[in-house]
Each structure stands twice: as C-alpha cells, then as structure tokens.
Ligand binder design. Sequence first.
Ligand code: ADP
Ligand code: ZN
Length: 645
Amino acid sequence: MSALPEDSALNRLHTPLAVLHEVFGYGAFRGQQGAIVDHVCTGGNALVLMPTGGGKSLCYQVPALVRQRRGQGATLVVSPLIALMQDQVGTLEQLGVDAAFLNSTLSSEEAQDIERRWRSGKLSLLYAAPERVLTPRFLAMLDSLHERGLLSLFAIDEAHCVSQWGHDFREDYLGLSQLALRYPTVPRLALTATADAITRADIIERLALQDARPFISSFDRPNIRYTIVEKEDPRAQLLAFIRDGHDNEAGIVYCATRKKVEETAVWLSDQGIRALPYHAGLEITTRQQHQQAFVDHDTRDGGLVMVATIAFGMGIDKPDVRFVAHLDLPRTVEGYYQETGRAGRDGEPAEAWMVYGLADVVGQRRLIEDGQASEEFKRVLRGKLEAMLTLAEAHDCRRQRLLAYFGEDSERCGNCDNCLEPPQMWDGTEAARMALSCIYRMARHGDHLGARAFGAAHLIDVLRGKRSPKVLQYAHDQLSTFGIGAHLSEALWRAVLRQLVAQGHVVTETEFPTLLLTESARAVLKGDVTLSMKRPREQLKLAQRNTRLPRRSNSSASGSTTTSRSAHDWIVEFDDAAMARYDRLKSWRTTQARAQGRPPYVIFHDSTLAEMAARHPQTPEELSTISGVGTHKLEAYGSALLELM
Ligand code: ADP
Ligand code: ZN
C-alpha cells in the first residue's frame, strides 16, 4: 500500500467494513455477507442465495456505497414490488444514504427530480421495477451514465421472478438479460431466497450469469422455533399460544379460507387481542389499510395480529414479526417455509406454530383429488402434500427434516418442539387394529342398511362405546367392535386415526367423509407390522425463548430483575431503571415515527433500543457503539437519545 497519509485515510473510509460501521452502525458482517461484498466491490458478478432475513440487502447496499465513494458511480436495483422499494429507500434515507425509487406512486415532478439526480450519477442507489428499466427512455439514461463511467453496479433483487417454475414469475424479468449484453463491464448481482435447483439454473441462464460466483448460504433460520401441535380446540390453542408470551407482539395467523380469516379475526378481537383480517376478497382500500397498520405497528401499543390467507406476506419486509401461526395445513413444505420465514427477519427469537389434525389431512387430499389438475400434476401435488404430512407427523427434529427437504444436512437443532420436548411414543399396533377392524365392520354393516357415510367422529363413538343417535340408528352398538376401545381417550383415538390416514392405511372417500381401508391396512390388521405412534401432548410447555427483547415479567414481585440471555451471546439485566429507559425510548420512537410517517422499525429496531436501555450510554461515542447506530442516526438523534438516558 502506498505511503501517502491522505491515501490511507481515504482507503479506510472506502472499505466495506468502514461503510458497515459508519453507515449501518453494525459491528460485523453476517455469514457470507463479507465475502459477497468483497467480490462485488472488486467488480465480480455474483448469485446470492440466502434465506429471508439472512441480510441480502447489505450484500448490494454496501458495495454500492463503497463503489460510489471510489468514484465508480451509481447502482441500479431492480425490484419487483413497490412496497419493497419504498421500504428499502425509507430505511436508507434514515441512514443518510442518497437513495430513491422510480415508480408509479410518484408525481411527475418528483419523478423528474429523481431522474435528474440519477443522470448526474450522484444518487447512490436507484430502485426501479424491470418494466421501467427496460423502456428505451430508461436505457438511454443508463447508456449515458455508462459512457461517463458512472454506472457502477446492477443488483437484481428477487431474482427467482425470472423463473417460470417459481410462483412469482414476472415476464419482465426475462428482458433483464439485456443488461449483460449492453453493459458487459458493469458487475451484476442477483439475489433470491428461493433455493431449489431448477430455479437456480433458470436464474443463471436467463440473466446470463454463467460467470457469476454463486454464494449459497444455509437456509436455516436458527432464530425461528418450529412447533406443530395436535388440533384439539384450535381457537383456544391459538389464544393460549398468543397469550403465552406473544401478547404484545406482531404476528401473522394463516387460515385456508376467507371466511375463516374473517371469523378468526373477529373472535380474537372479542378476546381482547387486536386482530385485522387480510384476504384477496376484501376491498383494496381496506386491505391496504390493514397492511399499513401492520407495517406501522408499534410494539409500544401492544400486540397486533394479522389474520390472513396466503395472499398476505409477499413484499412485506417487516423485520419484527415475532410469530407466524397456521390454523390450517399448508399444501407444501415450500409454502410452509416461505410463510413461516416471515417471522423474525431481524434475527431475534421468533416462533412458527401450527395446529394440525385429521381434517387437515383429509381436506387437503380431497382438494387434490377433486381438483381439475391433470393426473400427472396431481401426482406432483400428492407428493408435495405427503412431504408436508411427514413433517407434521415427525417425532424427531423438525428443522433437520425441513432442511433435508431442501437438500441440506444438519444436526438436531435443539430449538423445535420435538427437540425441546421429545414426544412420547407408544405401541399403537393394537389400537390401530381395533380401529381398522371397526371401520371394516361398520362399512359392511352399513352396506345392508344402505348407508356408508361414517366419518371419524362416529368411528370414535363406536370404539369408545357411546350410544349416540347415529350409533343407534345404524345399530352399530351391535358390532363386535362396539366399545372395545373405551379405555383410550377420544384425543388419543383422534391421534391414532390421523396417523393411520397420514400413513395411508385409511383413506377417506371424497363425497362423504367416509373412512375406507386401503391395501396396506391388511398387513396392519393381520398384525404383520408394528406401529409406533406419537402420544398427543396434553399441553406443550416449552422453555422460555432466549431473547434480547426485554419483557416485563408478570410476577407481582416489585423490583424484580428480568434476565434475558441473547441469541447473540450477550446478557442483559433489565432492572426497573433499564425498563423505564426502554419505555422512554419507545415513546420517543413512536413520536419520531409518527412525525416522519415511517414505521417504527425504520427509526430503530426494538433490539437497538433494548441495547441502549441496558448499556445506558452517556456520550455520543458510547452511543455509536450500539448495533444499529450509524453516523447519520447519531447526528440526527444522538442528543435526543442521550437526554432520555
Ligand atoms: P433479507 O432481504 O435477506 O430478508 P434483510 O436484508 O432485510 O434480509 O436483513 C434482515 C435484517 O437483518 C435487517 O433488519 C438488517 O438490518 C439486519 N442485518 C443484516 N445484516 C446485518 C449485520 N451484518 N449486522 C446486523 N444486522 C444485520
Ligand atoms: Zn429440532
């Protein structure tokens, strides 16, 4: 390195790490971020595969700033959704970065102003959708920047949109291959959270990234705790789940139908939990309002639950969603992973929780069989559902299975329900035989009475010897299997039946919820196979989540100290004074967020405020060492924050 002092000072300012500290206020790169940033800063092309919350944005934002400082010009970020652009630009503006977006929400004056800044090469990052980027007008601007050596980098976000295999295919993404042809010397970086091999190959081919270096991160989301429980009384179970530590947090509850979304939202509200519905059948303005309320949610005002169909979530970057609950079984593991992945993007502990029962298995299978899909496609759908069922029925580590599904080997995780509280297994062979033979007898008996619509509830009544009107009507109390299972609880029978159906020994006829035996049931009936079954859990009481976010302990003991142990290995003691500081900081943030019309997390994350409250900084220098406090925020907010200490 040359000896000029100015030079070295300049170089120090222009390193990725300097930008990370100074602009973002973060101490270190995460995972592969550092390697990616280095590669791109030196002009390499890259393909970045990283899970949601992995920190993809920094992978192009830091190089954009480094290259801008080195006089290499501006970065174009191609992004598919207006909401995503606005969120990113809002966050960057808070950091004092010169960033903007061009989209249909702008007035023509605003757009002209931004275009002017962009053409001058002074803007560090410009966000735009592909259809805009590919217009002759925009390409002419790119040409001009390029000729002047001011076109520094292309970042193509949500790059899986280029693949027809993905669910988010966007025709306009195909045209982005032009960028490679027109500007071969400008580095390109494609980013996605969609992992599978077909999509990856598509991205490389269609965006002409053959020479790009792939950076493939683990898809594990270690801060998310996975739990799948038997469906007993789903609403009560949901309520208990939310009340047990999530009542002041933001979360999403997914339901399969619009009707259920509406009903669940009303019901939660009746229970005193603020909940809003979201589905594609709602009026657009209502939908937008609800989405905005969720994004703007302030943890100071208590919890907020978005009850939604899967129409909700794409394009929501909210980092502090603390839980995602499923009241219905997703159709695929991919869907489950994408939906649950919306929890805990900020890296703080979060939960993915689901209730699941026989009706889910039956309902999902019926949807496939009754659907209009070709036989070939149905086979694919069945396979995907089976994988989801295997995950739901699993009695070993959920995360290990999830990652294995995506082709990744891993160890037991220690942070899923099955790891934390291994399910009790029992030999269900005898019970299974009772159930199967009862189904067999009911069907024959029913035949001659002209009725065969016997579902699970009726079967359990017969097994447990309950003389219900229906049992009497069909004289099922005369069956030799009547009452043979009275010693087992209803819940246990439901679990037995669900496992039999999930394993394919029993199917349900499509028109009525009638249970029928399959070929494989024969071996079970004959006693040729042993069935090890999971005992339904009474009440799952998992250990307290590790968290950096303080919570007021519910115990009445005053002056008690809450100790939080972090996922990032620092320990905070929240005595009353720290808690009071935390509350003051949150109030201050609320005022700021409202005044600026920004979501609170754009001002500071909860974890940043918590660290301030805990470490109690007294000087600007001390304040600047807190994660999430960069130069610009220190200047803008430092004195106000220190006054609150
Ligand atoms: P993705 O786009 O991959 O879902 P983001 O880029 O939105 O993830 O990052 C998720 C969160 O993690 C953001 O709140 C971001 O500020 C934070 N983050 C990313 N990288 C770091 C880092 N190196 N140190 C601290 N926080 C980080
Ligand atoms: Zn596990």
